[in-house]
Design a protein around this ligand. Structure first.
Ligand code: GLY
Length: 365
């Protein structure tokens, strides 16, 4: 009923990912950090705060009476992920006299994790923070590996820092309160892990879709553990995305472009799913992926109710232009992640405009 993964950074133990059925172990995990400050700010959003903030405060009140706990709640959604809101969090911390020994807790999904991490990385040149990811997507992806930041002038994640949390505490119970689309959005990243690194895990995901969708505890625990382990292994080997970590961007170049062209009205993991289908198509047409595997990948995304197409074909030029502004480039060539086979991804920098447009066209309606 509980699992732990250690994450190393530059060869040394840096933080644990604790996977639990509830918040009951949060206090002991927190105490093991030897917190030397006396103030904590829980950063959360208008969806998650009302559900779990009071619970977390109550747990923290068991730590030490002299710890002052405050919170800062932002409006839920990607539109909050900007420097203006970061300024407001800084103001809140300054008003409450936070110093370098104090701590932030990110309670929420990917937006909250990225923003809290960025605030922690930059406030007083860096204070500690804990990730308490509450969406499947943030549990298996964004809370691990220290990517923090905000969008800038509509460029996604354009300003940020690599900054490691002190702890990632994953409470699986919170998944029960997720809207179904948020669960399937997270599954976009989960399937991606199987596709880029582990064909047995991919096969397990196909075989266990009913249990996962029914939120069977053991299945969820296994799935989240394996996904976190895959991500952990990659970020340990390449924390600053000099090479291998880019494989985690499978499906993201076209996926991000679609997400942006849809004005962030679609779920991130669904866009990644659509982008993954485009990348799988290009892998079979211009690489080594078999057409059977390409068809199989489409079926697996469908099995988890992840859309396999989005937007209208009239958007093709806009999606292409937007994909060019993706920051995942080498020189002026887009770094595309393709598959040799299921479980084996590689970086391709030689796709030309025609090929990319063909991949995009395949996933527009
Ligand atoms: N979400 C991709 C990464 O953390 O590198």
């Amino acid at each position: 009923m509980s699992k732990t993964l250690n994450v190393n950074y530059e060869g040394k133990h840096c933080y644990n990912i604790e996977i639990r059925p509830d918040f009951n172990d949060f206090l002991s995990c927190f105490e093991s950090l030897d917190f030397g400050g006396n103030k904590i700010c829980i950063v959360t959003d208008s969806n998650v705060g009302p559900l779990y903030e009071a619970k977390l405060r109550k747990i923290l009140s068991g730590a030490n009476e002299s710890i002052f706990v405050t919170s800062y709640t932002i409006k839920a959604g990607e539109e909050s992920k900007n420097l203006d809101i970061i300024n407001k969090i800084y103001e809140h911390l300054i008003k409450n006299h936070f110093d370098r020994s104090d701590m932030l807790i990110a309670l929420g999904g990917g937006v909250i994790g990225d923003m809290t991490g960025f605030t922690a990385a930059t406030y007083l040149r860096g204070i500690d923070f804990i990730q308490v990811p509450t969406s499947l997507l943030s549990q298996v992806d964004s809370s691990i590996g220290g990517k923090t930041g905000v969008d800038f002038n509509k460029y996604k994640n354009m300003v940020g820092a690599f900054y490691m949390p002190r702890l990632v505490y994953i409470n699986l119970e919170v998944i029960k309160t997720l809207p179904y689309e948020q669960l399937t959005s997270g599954m976009g990243e989960v399937i991606k892990h199987g596709l880029i690194k582990d064909n047995e895990y991919y096969a397990w995901l196909k075989e266990n879709s009913n249990q996962v969708k029914a939120l069977d505890y053991d299945s969820l625990e296994h799935m989240i553990y394996v996904s976190c382990r895959i991500k952990r292994d990659v970020v340990e080997r390449d924390p600053k995305e000099k090479g291998e970590r880019a494989l985690l961007n499978f499906g993201h170049t076209i996926g991000h472009a679609i997400e942006k062209c849809a004005d962030f009205s679609l779920y991130h993991g669904h866009c990644v799913g659509v982008g993954s289908i485009a990348a799988a198509y290009l892998s079979s047409k211009y690489g080594k992926l078999s057409s059977n595997d390409y068809e199989d990948i489409i079926q697996t995304f469908k099995l988890y109710d992840i859309p396999v197409s989005a937007l209208d074909k009239s958007m093709i030029d806009k999606v292409y232009e937007t994909s060019l502004s993706d920051k995942k480039k080498k020189g002026n060539r887009i770094k595309f992640i393709l598959l040799n086979s299921i479980g084996d991804a590689y970086i391709e920098i030689n796709l030309g405009k025609e090929q990319i447009v063909e991949g995009i066209e395949k996933v527009l309606k």
